[in-house]
Design a protein around this ligand. Structure first.
Ligand code: C2O
Ligand code: CU
Ligand code: CU
Length: 482
C-alpha cells in the first residue's frame, strides 16, 4: 500500500535515518536575515518558594492579550503571563505544592505531563476546577533530571486551552545530571524552546475553529512560534549550547534540523538523559515530546533551526510547510568546548514483565464529524474506566495503528520504554525514558512500563493521542492502578 510505504520511509527515520526530500506545498515563509530581528526571549525561570519543607509554586491562569504582531493584540491565555507560563525549576526529590488559580471564567485543569504522581494530583480531566477556584495538589517529584511540561486537560477543551496558551515548563535537575560537564546555566548556555504554530486571522486573532478537516488532522498553523515569538534571534558568546525542545503544538509533527545540516547531539528524551549523546542530523518531535540537544557554535557560523512540518495525515500530504523557527547567532569564532562526556546517565535495564500484555488498537469508524477516532473500537467515555492495572505490575502494551494517520500516543503516570517498532528494536535515542511514542500508520509498537506506586480505586490516569484534536474527539482511554 503506497501510503504506508511513504509513511514508513518518512517516519521510520529512527530506524533508517535517511535524509528526506519531502514535497513542499507551502514553502519557506521567511528568508533568513532581515525578518529575523527580534531578540530571543525565554519564559522567566521560577524556582518557587520554600515553605515548610515544600517547594511551592503559585500559578495564575488567566485570559490576556499578547502582542505577537507589533501594534496588534491577540486574545490569549497565559500562566503568570499573557501567553504560556513560567519555567518552573525544581530538584528531583522535592516535595512540590502547586497553587493553580483558575481566572479564566470556565472550568479547567492543569496536567503535569510526564510526572509519576498520584492520580488525584495528575491534573487530568477528573481534576477539573471552576472559575475563581484554586487547585493545590501536593506531590513528590520522582523524576530524573529532564524537561517536563504542564498544560490544560479539561474534558473536550484540551485543544482549545493549549491553543490559547495554557502551557508551561517544568525543568528538573538532579545530582547525576549536575555532575556532568554539560551546559546548564539558564539563559546563558541552556535554553527552553517551546515550539508551536498558530494561524492568525485578518484581525490578528487565533480562533480555535475546527472544521471537518482540522478535526481529522489536528489543528495546525502557518506561523511558527518559539516561546510565543516569531523568528527570534539568539545571540551568544559561548561555544556550545543546550536546547531543550518541547513540541507544544496541537497537531504538528516537526522534523527539525539546522539549515546547514550540521550534526547536533541529542542528550535527553522525554523523561531525562540518554545513556550517551547521540549524533543527529535531524530530529523528529511529535506533539508532547521533548528532546534536549547540544549544538556546537565555536566556528562562529549561525545556526538556523528549521522544520519540515507534518500533520497526522502525513502519509497522504507529505510535509505541509517548512518553518524557520529561529536563528542562533554566535558573536564570534572561538576554540571548541571540551569533548562531551562519553556517558551521560545510568539508564536502568528494561524491567522484566510481571503483568499482562495489553493490546491497544488505534482505529477509526468512518470519516465523518462524529465518533471517528477510537481505541479498541471505543471512544473516550468520561464515566468508563477501561481497565485496572494491579499496583506493582510491569506490563507490556502493544499499540497497533490500523488508521492511515500518525498518532503520538501518550501514557500518564509512567515513563515507559519502547521495545520495538514492528518487531525491530528501536534506535538509542528512542531507548531512553519516554512518555510519548509516535506510531506510524500500520505500525505496531511494543512498550514496557512499571506501575510501581500510587493506587487509587476510583481516580484514573489517561492514555491518549497527543494530537489534541484527536484526544478531544475521543482517542483516549483511562485506567486505574489498584
Ligand atoms: Cu500532555 Cu494527557 O497529556
Ligand atoms: Cu500527560
Ligand atoms: Cu491521533
Amino acid at each position: 500500500m503506497p501510503t504506508v510505504n511513504l509513511s514508513r520511509r518518512k517516519f521510520s527515520h529512527l530506524l533508517l535515518n535517511t535524509a528526506l526530500a519531502a514535497p513542499m506545498l507551502l514553502t519557506n515563509r521567511a528568508a533568513h536575515g532581515a525578518s529575523h530581528s527580534r531578540p530571543f526571549r525565554q519564559p522567566p525561570l521560577d524556582p518557587g518558594r520554600i515553605e515548610a519543607g515544600r517547594r511551592v509554586f503559585d500559578l495564575s491562569v488567566a485570559k490576556g492579550r499578547t502582542e505577537f504582531f507589533l501594534g496588534h493584540e491577540t486574545d490569549t491565555i497565559g500562566i503568570n503571563s499573557t501567553f504560556l507560563g513560567p519555567v518552573l525549576q525544581a530538584k528531583a526529590g522535592d516535595r512540590l505544592r502547586m497553587n493553580v488559580a483558575n481566572r479564566i471564567a470556565e472550568p479547567m485543569t492543569l496536567h503535569w505531563h510526564g510526572l509519576h504522581l498520584p492520580a488525584s494530583a495528575d491534573g487530568g480531566p477528573h481534576q477539573s476546577f471552576g472559575p475563581g477556584e484554586t487547585w493545590s495538589p501536593e506531590f513528590d517529584l520522582l523524576q530524573k533530571a529532564g524537561t517536563f511540561w504542564f498544560h490544560g486537560h479539561q474534558h473536550h477543551q484540551t485543544g482549545a486551552h493549549v491553543w490559547a496558551g495554557m502551557a508551561g515548563i517544568l525543568r528538573v535537575e538532579d545530582d547525576e545530571e549536575a555532575a556532568l560537564a554539560l551546559p546548564r546555566n539558564y539563559g546563558e548556555d541552556d535554553f527552553i524552546l517551546i515550539l508551536q504554530d498558530r494561524r492568525f486571522d485578518a484581525t490578528f486573532q487565533m480562533p480555535y475553529a475546527l472544521n471537518m478537516h482540522t478535526r481529522m488532522t489536528g489543528l495546525q498553523g502557518d506561523q511558527a512560534l518559539v516561546n510565543g515569538q516569531m523568528n527570534p534571534v539568539l545571540e551568544t558568546d559561548v561555544p556550545r549550547i543546550r536546547l531543550r525542545l518541547i513540541n507544544a503544538s496541537n497537531g504538528s509533527i516537526y522534523w527539525l534540523r539546522f539549515a546547514d545540516k550540521r550534526t547536533f547531539w541529542q542528550i535527553a528524551s522525554d523523561g531525562g538523559l540518554l545513556a550517551a549523546a547521540e549524533p543527529m542530523p535531524e530530529l523528529l518531535l511529535a506533539p508532547g515530546e521533548r528532546a534536549e540537544v547540544i549544538i556546537e557554535l565555536h566556528n562562529g557560523e549561525p545556526a538556523f533551526l528549521q522544520a519540515d512540518v507534518f500533520g497526522a495525515e502525513a502519509a497522504f500530504s507529505g510535509a505541509i510547510a517548512t518553518f524557520d523557527f529561529m536563528e542562533i547567532r554566535p558573536r564570534k569564532a572561538q576554540p571548541p568546548a571540551p569533548a562531551l562526556p562519553a556517558r551521560l546517565a545510568e539508564i536502568a535495564p528494561v524491567p522484566e514483565q510481571t503483568g499482562v500484555t495489553r493490546h491497544l488498537r488505534l482505529d477509526m469508524t468512518g470519516m465523518g464529524m462524529m465518533g471517528d477516532f477510537t481505541i479498541n473500537g471505543a471512544r473516550y467515555d468520561h464515566s468508563r474506566i477501561d481497565f485496572a492495572v494491579p499496583l506493582g505490575a510491569v506490563e507490556t502494551w502493544v499499540i497497533e495503528n490500523t488508521t492511515p494517520m500518525l498518532h503520538p500516543m501518550h501514557v500518564h503516570d509512567v515513563q515507559f520504554r519502547i521495545l520495538t517498532r514492528n518487531g525491530i528494536p528501536v534506535a538509542p535515542q528512542e531507548a531512553g525514558l519516554k512518555d510519548v511514542v509516535l506510531v506510524d500508520p500500520g505500525q505496531k509498537v511494543e512498550l514496557r512500563m512499571a506501575f510501581s506506586d500510587f493506587s487509587d480505586p476510583v481516580l484514573p490516569y489517561m492514555y491518549h493521542c497527543h494530537i489534541l484534536e484527536h484526544e478531544d474527539a475521543g482517542m483516549m482511554g483511562q485506567f486505574t492502578v489498584v
